[in-house]
Write a protein of this length. Structure first.
Length: 113
């Protein structure tokens, strides 16, 4: 599902990074602002998804577009980390991290049709 080389954070580590409670992080997961994976029963969030104030800019909107297109959480993760040479940053998640969210969302929307 998610390559083992991708750095991940626990819910507690995300809470510390953004200065919020673990319950707030769980709410962000429920609201679709973040995506987590389970490893050995524990929830882990890709470190690339989190800035100092929460989900990186553009990620929640991209998750919404992909969900509306019928993508599962696994498919979303796969797509966000798939190489695309035509995107700045080479992968959608790297493009989001470098403020190219509009282009990433445009690609996600195009995949829905």
């Amino acid at each position: 599902m998610l390559d083992p080389s991708v750095a991940v954070l626990t819910v507690a580590e995300v809470a510390d990074r953004i200065g919020q409670s673990e319950n707030k992080v769980r709410q962000m997961l429920r609201d679709g602002h973040l995506i987590a994976v389970r490893r050995d029963g524990a929830l882990f969030i890709p470190a690339d998804f989190v800035g100092t104030e929460g989900a990186i800019k553009g990620l929640p909107g991209t998750i919404t577009v992909l969900a509306d297109a019928g993508f599962s959480r696994t498919e979303m993760l796969r797509w966000l980390y798939s190489e695309d040479e035509s995107l700045p940053g080479v992968t959608p998640i790297n493009a989001l991290r470098t403020s190219h969210g509009t282009e990433v969302k445009r690609r996600a929307q195009a995949m829905a049709f």
